[in-house]
Design a protein around this ligand. Structure first.
Ligand SMILES: NC(=O)c1ccc[n+]([C@@H]2O[C@H](COP(=O)([O-])OP(=O)(O)OC[C@H]3O[C@@H](n4cnc5c(N)ncnc54)[C@H](OP(=O)(O)O)[C@@H]3O)[C@@H](O)[C@H]2O)c1
Length: 256
């Protein structure tokens, strides 16, 4: 991986899973890293497991609350003055999973807010920060293979991720003239704490895990690091000619 020394990189939701793996990969590439999550305790646990994370500028922020989102980006602007790299990764547990007709208005609206509207608000703030300088920047939106294909039983999550796909393409063309490259990564099933919790809640965690693995041509879940590697590559100059693209990292699942 090329060095990202001198670059200022922000990751939303970097205290566990794909976000944490991305923070660690950006740190390893020598970037200055900024991240957030709602729970400070979760972040302290991450530092206890990897003390190198203590150099990361972490803030406890709930990105579904517009006032907290605005205040966080204002503090990033005050502290760092600009942004070179941004990864829109956070996902809330309010994903609107379940039979569509059984979801309440509140559940649908919370899932669309966390899955699409809050990431859009982050994107706008990131672009404004990148426009402060003349260096441009690179943004990666974390989508999903559910943003590329039908997902019965998770239609609202799928709708939000299709929205992420749409904004990635349109906005990429809107801002590329200013040197800002926007792309997306679409992970397949990835063994993060959210999936671990889902397996733990199943009647038979091992049977559910085996049935999911069976569907993947590679016959296993992805590690969060495998998704982070793709994200960091898209953020780097090695991907300098890649614009408005979705890099699918799914062990072949979406082709099966
Ligand atoms: N795992 C998969 O199989 C998979 C597959 C396809 C796509 N994806 C996508 O990949 C991304 C990451 O997934 P993941 O499985 O790594 O997620 P995860 O394990 O649930 O981690 C989510 C991260 O976001 C933070 N977060 C949650 N709600 C937040 C909020 N309101 N404000 C700020 N931070 C918040 C969490 O910290 P706190 O809880 O402390 O806030 C945590 O650091 C998501 O966009 C997801 O849709 C995942």
């Amino acid at each position: 991986m090329k060095s990202l020394a001198g670059k200022i990189a922000l990751v939303t939701g970097g205290s566990q899973g794909i976000g944490l793996a991305t923070v660690q990969a950006l740190l390893a590439a020598e970037a200055t890293v900024i991240t957030c999550g709602r729970s400070l305790d979760k972040w302290k646990l991450a530092i206890a497991q990897n003390p190198a994370l203590c150099t990361v500028d972490f803030h406890a922020v709930d990105l579904t609350l517009p006032s907290e989102l605005k205040a966080w980006f204002a503090s990033v602007r005050r502290t760092h003055g600009r942004l070179d790299i941004a990864v829109n990764n956070f996902a809330s547990s309010a994903r609107g999973i379940g039979g569509f007709s059984k979801l309440s208005d509140g559940e649908i609206s919370a899932a669309m807010h966390a899955g699409l509207l809050a990431p859009l608000a982050c994107l706008r703030e990131e672009i404004l920060l990148m426009q402060l300088g003349t260096r441009g920047g690179a943004i990666v939106n974390v989508s999903s293979i559910n943003g590329l294909r039908a997902t019965p039983g998770a239609a609202v999550y799928s709708a939000a991720k299709h929205g992420i796909e749409g904004i990635t393409k349109s906005l990429a063309l809107e801002v590329i003239g200013q040197g800002i490259r926007i792309n997306a990564v679409a992970p397949g099933v990835t063994l993060t704490p959210s999936w671990e919790a889902r397996l733990a809640a199943a009647e038979s965690p091992s049977a559910l895990k085996a049935s999911v693995e069976q569907m993947v041509p590679l016959k296993r879940f992805a590690d969060a690091d495998e998704i982070a590697n793709a994200i960091v590559w898209l953020c780097s100059d090695a991907a300098s000619y890649v614009v408005g693209h979705t890099l699918v990292v799914d062990g072949g699942l979406s082709q099966a």
